[in-house]
Design a binder for this molecule. Structure first.
Ligand code: SF4
Ligand code: SF4
Length: 486
């Protein structure tokens, strides 16, 4: 019997069940294990030539990882039982139910002991285990990992520094980094997934152990992307990132020059555009993300023209999440619909012209837009009670903060579910995360025929419905959804 099928009592430290961290970091220099300035002297030319061929192949596949991986069909009933959503089908994006293999956590039983629920996982049957192993293709599970709050910017809409959330910036230590990676690997082992890290901050590159973390991920062939600032990138740094396996680097563009520099700092707009080419030269996909609010909504079409002109690999936008003080993104529902219409027209024109940029329709309200234009149709074989896509909360994503706090989504302000240094993520996923899978609780979406594919953005909804400075209900109506639901 493998160790993770042993009877498990929640609240007990999970670490003793894992192999010693040292075993997994044996490839790192001894000095790397100590938090010390030596790490700053990490060899500038990592030995990428030794990267095994299999890892390179995998790497290439990851580069082509489709956005649809986040919207794979999932049975609702199965989620209630446990974890089927952790075992996404091998071919993402298929709008049909899948034949699920129950993962071990399907055997989780809950009971209440005093104030604390406890969970017992029983050994999985031989038949089930054999069936599970037959599914050799694994899907990814995304861990958005904020390794530090350190940032030499103070962007006006940054949630890290909003509402005094972060008076003293925190950073994960080197030992803790190794613990986090081990906990995430354990999670993926249990649920038959491959880990994918989105390393972010603050500005993650400012973390003193940033390069050692990349070395650790490389040693384990774990793919990753970085969400960071442009200011510390140059061609040498970009090549080094590439050598460690960085697939994508996401930069923000929050308006045209004047607006963007007002949000961030003078010169930021030009530097951001300049770094697109720098990343591409190094072979890293340059992703540009815009956070749309009332302040910049009118500039989005010009931003699209600009990123296309600079040959960004991917462009996407998401809506600004109002803090509990503001309650407002400054965008009316119809104004937002109009924006989607303008962008859709531009995207299509650019696609016909053969532009290099891929337009990622990230906001789930795109589904509503395309439903109305006829581009999205509810599949005839869609089954009642299934969840086919939409908000990733509780489906294929977790966020980890520098202090170890685990969030269902970083943008949902009160969605802390655990701490990665105290709990085993594999347990958190079936226990604390259940509160984000109660789809019938959505106040508006529960009655909408698009519930299984959309659900808007609960982070924006809860921010917009805050009460007395406290974030509102996760299941509130999306303030930009223009659909009338009766
Ligand atoms: S009601 Fe909810 S599911 Fe329906 S379109 Fe609006 S946000 Fe999407
Ligand atoms: S709450 Fe919003 S930002 Fe978070 S996963 Fe859902 S749709 Fe994405």
């Amino acid at each position: 019997m493998s160790w993770h099928f042993l009877i498990w009592q929640a609240g007990t430290s999970w670490r003793h069940l894992l192999p010693p961290v040292e075993q997994e970091t044996a490839t790192l220099p001894t000095a790397a294990r100590k938090r010390s300035p030596q790490r700053a002297a990490l060899p500038a030319e990592p030995e990428t030539a030794t990267l095994p061929m299999a890892a390179r192949k995998r790497s290439l596949q990851h580069a082509a990882l489709p956005a649809e991986q986040e919207t794979t069909p999932l049975p609702k009933a199965a989620r209630k039982k446990s974890l089927q959503h952790a075992v996404l089908p091998a071919e993402p994006g298929i709008n049909s139910p899948v034949d699920y293999v129950l993962p071990p956590a399907a055997y989780v039983h809950r009971k209440t002991a005093g104030d604390f629920p406890s969970y017992h996982v029983y050994s999985v049957s031989h038949k089930m285990e054999t069936e599970r192993k037959k599914r050799s293709m694994k899907e990814y599970f995304a861990f958005q990992w904020h390794i530090t709050d350190d940032c030499d910017q103070r962007c006006k809409h940054c949630y890290i520094f909003s509402e005094d959330n972060c008076k003293i910036p925190e950073s994960v230590s080197w030992d803790q980094m190794q613990e986090v990676v081990a906990n995430c690997e354990d999670f993926c082992e249990v649920y038959h997934r491959l880990p994918y890290f989105y390393i972010t901050g603050g500005d993650p590159i400012l973390h003193p152990d940033f390069w050692w973390l990349l070395e650790l991920l490389k040693s384990k062939n774990i793919p990753f992307a970085i969400l960071g600032n442009p200011f510390h990138l140059d061609i040498k740094v970009c090549r080094r990132l590439k050598e460690y396996g960085c697939q994508k680097y996401q930069l923000s563009l929050d308006g045209m020059r004047q607006t963007h520099d007002w949000f961030r700092k003078p010169g930021s707009f030009d530097i951001t555009l300049e770094k697109i080419d720098c990343l591409k030269q190094a072979g890293i996909r340059a992703v540009i993300m815009t956070t749309v609010s009332g302040k910049n909504i009118k500039e989005v079409p010009d931003i699209i023209d600009t990123v296309v002109e600079h040959k960004a690999d991917v462009f996407a936008f998401a809506r600004y999440c109002p803090t509990s003080e503001e309650k407002d993104t400054g965008i009316s529902p119809m104004e937002y619909r109009e924006l989607l219409g303008v962008c859709d027209k531009k995207f299509k024109e650019y696609e016909v012209a053969g532009c290099e940029t891929f337009f990622n329709k990230k906001d789930h309200l795109w589904t509503l837009y395309e439903y109305e234009t006829g581009e999205f149709k509810i599949p005839e074989n869609a089954q009642e009670g299934m969840i086919y896509g939409g908000c990733n909360c509780g489906n294929c994503h977790l966020t980890i903060l520098p202090n170890g706090d685990v969030y269902a989504c970083r943008r949902v302000q009160n969605s802390k579910v655990s701490n990665v240094f105290e709990d085993r993520l594999a347990d958190v996923w079936v226990c604390q995360m259940e509160q984000y899978r109660e789809y019938d609780k959505f106040k508006k979406c529960a009655k909408c025929e698009l519930k299984a594919w959309c659900r808007g953005c609960p982070a924006v909804a809860s921010g917009a419905h805050s009460i007395n400075g406290e974030p509102g209900d996760f299941y509130e109506a999306d303030p930009q959804c223009w659909k009338e639901v009766v």
